[in-house]
Design a binder for this molecule. Structure first.
Ligand code: ARG
Length: 466
């Protein structure tokens, strides 16, 4: 066999070169250590490409047979761990192709007809990401279900709702959890949209200009389950906006996980005492025997940062590149892979963590009662009696001030005392001062009234298929 690029461990890249790459340069440019995880997509792409080449009469049926057999062997070798990955062969594409040439001879050398690594790698990354996004979509559904099931048990559990982290108004714990269900449902929606734009075929673009061979790109797209073609060959090989979009969607998802985590950490602290996390999600301290730390949510909050970092990395990677393909793009993989891994592991662990939350309902209710959470209800009560809202607000502020000084809740003030703050207050006032009365009154669509929240739970269950 004459020397070819697969011999470049010892030989030059091609006849054009007068010396081989230095070892340092080989190490610097090699990506196989990380891009080998694209191998399934690489083989799937090659099979679809080869099948189409044969159908179009560009390679023979015998060549196709040899390519298929060779790729099947390679799959088995990689799967079983017997495949020899060679870093000097640079990337996953050249490693697989070199082995195919060993196994299939000239047929293997014909596989790369009408193809470049530029459209090949863009196809591989899109195929790989498309499937990972499907997996994340499933996890997002599972997480929403876990939250909905927990919510279902707590439509009557009073939680102090906060603004500025000050007790504001009573809400149900279920209502609070359903806020996260909304966020994660939007994350799933975003992921599905990103998936659709990712799932388009670059193959056929070749190096950048397209190819003169009579390819059937539609057939390749169909064989790979892709939803369309990249319509411009230069764009097909050069842009990685789908990876950036994905990382942006992943970042938002991590923002939501991180906010939830922050709340879990706060709620679990002794000062709140609202929840307990199952022991299997906590760790102890090496010095303080009494400690049980919510490490999992803390770590999730921390891991959000690395995904945001990857988003910034990918944006920066792209911004200065002239069209079309540049080697810079090899740097898209590690941030993308790590973003997927981080979000996937985080969602998986939260799917298990949520059902393991123990809710301390009395502690939540006590905190709401202590916080004058029904002050707005008293003001609204006066408004219903014809008092202008601003006047009602002022009268209630005086009442709250008095109650704080007396160390009691609003509901504990005698009627006569309350009437001292506004004569419009009558004996029916105590109904509006209770936490449950406040909750029940917020029946607006999207409000915290138990009937409203139960309707939302039913809607989510129907939507999530459970
Ligand atoms: N490993 C390369 C990448 O990740 C594959 C494409 C290389 N193309 C090239 N013309 N050098 O982008």
């Amino acid at each position: 066999m004459t020397a070819n690029q697969f011999d470049k461990k010892t030989e030059a890249w091609s006849a054009l070169f007068s010396e081989p790459m230095s070892e340092l340069v080989q190490r610097y440019t090699s990506s196989v250590a990380f891009d080998r995880r694209l191998w399934r997509a690489d083989i799937a792409g090659s099979l679809a490409h080869a099948g189409m080449l044969a159908t179009q009469g560009i390679i023979s049926a015998a060549d196709l047979g040899a390519i298929k057999a060779g790729l099947a062997t390679i799959s088995a070798e990689i799967e079983s761990g017997t495949f020899t990955w060679r870093s000097e062969l640079e990337d996953v594409h050249l490693n697989i192709e070199a082995r195919l040439v060993q196994l299939a001879g000239d047929a293997g050398k014909r596989l790369h007809t009408a193809r470049s690594r530029n459209d090949q790698v863009a196809t591989d990354v899109r195929l790989w990401l498309r499937d990972e996004i499907s997996g994340l979509g499933t996890l997002l559904v599972e997480l929403q279900r876990a939250l909905v099931e927990l919510a279902d048990r707590h439509t009557e559990t009073i939680l102090p709702g906060f603004t500025h982290l000050q007790v504001a108004q009573p809400v149900s714990f279920a209502h609070h959890l359903l806020a996260y269900v909304e966020m994660f449902s939007r994350d799933a929606e975003r992921m599905a949209e990103v998936r659709a734009r990712t799932n388009r075929l670059p193959l056929g673009a070749a190096a950048l200009a397209g190819t003169s061979y009579p390819l059937d790109r539609e057939a390749v797209a169909k064989a790979l389950g892709m939803e369309g073609l990249c319509r411009n060959s230069i764009d097909a090989v050069s842009d990685r906006d789908f990876a950036i979009e994905f990382t942006a969607a992943a970042s938002l998802c991590m923002v939501h996980v991180s906010r939830f985590s922050e709340e879990l950490v706060l709620w679990m602290s002794q000062n709140f005492g609202f929840i307990e996390l199952a022991d299997r999600f906590c760790t102890g301290s090496s010095i303080m025997p009494q400690k049980k730390n919510p490490d999992v949510p803390e770590l999730a909050r921390g891991k959000a940062g690395r995904v945001f970092g990857h988003l910034m990395g990918l944006l920066t990677l792209m911004k200065g590149q002239p069209l079309a393909y540049n080697k810079d793009n090899q740097e898209d993989k590690e941030p993308l892979f790590d973003s997927v891994d981080t979000v996937k592991d985080t969602l998986r662990i939260f799917c298990e963590l949520v059902p393991g939350i123990t809710v301390k309902a009395e502690a939540m209710e006590r905190a709401a009662a202590r916080g004058y959470a029904t002050a707005t209800d008293l003001a609204d009560y006066l408004v219903r009696k014809g008092v202008p809202f601003r006047d009602a607000h002022e009268a209630v502020a005086h009442a709250v001030k008095h109650a704080i000084q007396a160390g009691v809740g609003l509901a504990e003030l005698p009627l006569a005392t309350l009437q001292g703050f506004h004569p419009g207050i009558a004996s029916d006032v105590h109904g509006v001062l209770t936490l449950r009365g406040s909750l029940a009154s917020r029946t607006v669509v999207g409000g915290t009234a138990p009937e409203q929240v139960r309707a939302e739970i039913a809607r989510h269950r129907a939507r999530l298929g459970k």
